[in-house]
Design a protein around this ligand. Structure first.
Ligand SMILES: Nc1ncnc2c1ncn2[C@@H]1O[C@H](COP(=O)(O)OP(=O)(O)OP(=O)(O)O)[C@@H](O)[C@H]1O
Ligand SMILES: Nc1ncnc2c1ncn2[C@@H]1O[C@H](COP(=O)(O)OP(=O)(O)OP(=O)(O)O)[C@@H](O)[C@H]1O
Ligand SMILES: [Mg+2]
Ligand SMILES: [Mg+2]
Lengths: 256, 256
């Protein structure tokens, strides 16, 4: 059914990559075909999936600069129904390289069009910026998942993100919706986490996922082994929370 | 003595802004004149200092696009010897606006030249990117403090950051040095924090600050009140760690 979902938030370190890797792996274990695209020049998603970004010649950068067809960049992963397109640090130059192309916001959309009938879900991990790359991801997507770290600066950044989503909806992608808002790194011992959670629920109401991702060191350890959490430590709270999130999203999908 | 120090790391959420606000405030309490510049379009430093970025017309953006002189943007703060130049979200457009100017990497350097005799330290908070803004900050600086969150992705990003520092040193700023590497959000209950600390000490040796900033929720709460930690909760571990860091840096400065 080819649903494209961007995982976006311009605030740094809120759990975009951790969500991209772990949500896509959990959804793939539900016998659903998933593609994960690393769209950040820092390529954390790529190393978190066990690849070495330094030595990659077939990445999403070569695709959006027209050097190779997208199909040549897709790799299998250690999870049966999950395939992956890596990034490379060269992507950092793309914002400047592409800024004069006509329809420069629609490049990614055009490139993934031909893949949508091959996958049930395509997830896109975005960089901490509201730049041309993130706008490409939002233009290419049916919806966006917004991870929000349970702290003040992450809350504050939402205004700009929502304005950007609105602008993309107005002029580039009429169908763009918010898939959901995901509270991450929730620390149930602090009032701050509780306050941010209440503020998010108050503003986003039912768009706020029931599932809240707790702070769990296993989630921070897994990428150093190049593994999603379900292969690194399936018994951890980190694993069960992303499994629950996958269930919640698949259930939302059925009910539509 | 006008020492300019950039606080940089392209990895998101590693504590650049928290360090910028709190280190500059602690240094200012040592009867030393300090200027803090917010150089990130997300303007977390600006709101963490109690200002509202949405309503600012005199920001560093207007300075680097030549609209107003830098002296018109400097504001006093609740800390006696600390002055501040705010950012605004318009800075997001600067990377594209300035990309065709000659000496585009040296704009910030030229703009702050006239301020160096007015302050002992000038700190620059950088965005989570190795883009034209961060390169401007590195070109304008005598040295750079690198906050490193005690987790895998932050460690991995150091290679690219060090290459960028080297490139700036080679072609734009021969004097650029690493002031120090600061371990942040250290969680002494986890092996991961300990492993990252050992790796950093092994690689950076004496450039690694003795002071390690622990994970302390007070540091995350303070910005929601627009206050540096020493005005929000001076008894907290967050406050004492940044006070110790300020002492360490001032002592290093005396010994040079
Ligand atoms: N629930 C969690 N518990 C503990 N650590 C976490 C959790 N989620 C993410 N982390 C860790 O926090 C750091 C930031 O997470 P992550 O890199 O996923 O955020 P990001 O939004 O992708 O960052 P960036 O903006 O730099 O792309 C990483 O070191 C990650 O391993
Ligand atoms: N030592 C600490 N203990 C607890 N929370 C912290 C600590 N340092 C920073 N934080 C919180 O962690 C989050 C990330 O920190 P901060 O915004 O300073 O990082 P940053 O590197 O400036 O991020 P960005 O890349 O988005 O600019 C913030 O919510 C901040 O309040
Ligand atoms: Mg990321
Ligand atoms: Mg910051």
């Amino acid at each position: 059914m080819g649903k494209v979902i961007a995982i976006a938030n311009q605030k740094g370190g809120v759990g975009k990559t951790t969500t991209a890797i772990n949500l896509s792996s959990c959804i793939a274990t539900a016998e659903v075909k998933v593609l994960l695209i690393d769209f950040d020049a820092q390529a954390n998603c790529t190393s978190g999936m066990g690849l070495d970004p330094a030595n990659l010649k077939n990445s999403i950068y070569e695709v959006i600069t027209g050097k190779i067809p997208i199909k040549e960049t897709i790799v299998k992963t250690s999870i049966k129904n999950l395939e992956f397109i890596p990034s490379s640090k060269n992507l950092a130059g793309a914002t400047v390289e592409l800024v004069y192309l006509e329809d420069r916001e629609k490049i990614l959309k055009r490139k993934i069009e031909g893949l949508k009938n091959k996958y049930d879900f395509i997830f896109i991990d975005c960089p901490p910026a509201l730049d041309l790359l993130t706008v490409n991801a939002l233009t290419a997507s049916d919806s966006v998942i917004i991870p929000v770290q349970c702290e003040y600066f992450a809350l504050e950044g939402l205004t700009e993100l929502l304005k950007t989503i609105e602008r993309v909806r107005m002029s580039l992608n009429r169908n763009l919706e918010i898939e959901g808002v995901l509270l991450t790194m929730y620390d149930d011992r602090t009032n701050l986490s509780q306050q941010v959670k209440e503020e998010i629920k108050h503003f986003f109401k039912e768009k706020t996922y029931e599932t809240v991702i707790p702070r769990n060191v296993r989630l921070a350890e897994a990428p150093s082994f190049g593994k999603p959490i379900i292969l690194y430590d399936i018994k951890s709270k980190g694993a069960s929370s992303y499994i629950n999130l996958a269930r919640e999203i698949l259930k939302n999908e059925k009910e539509k």
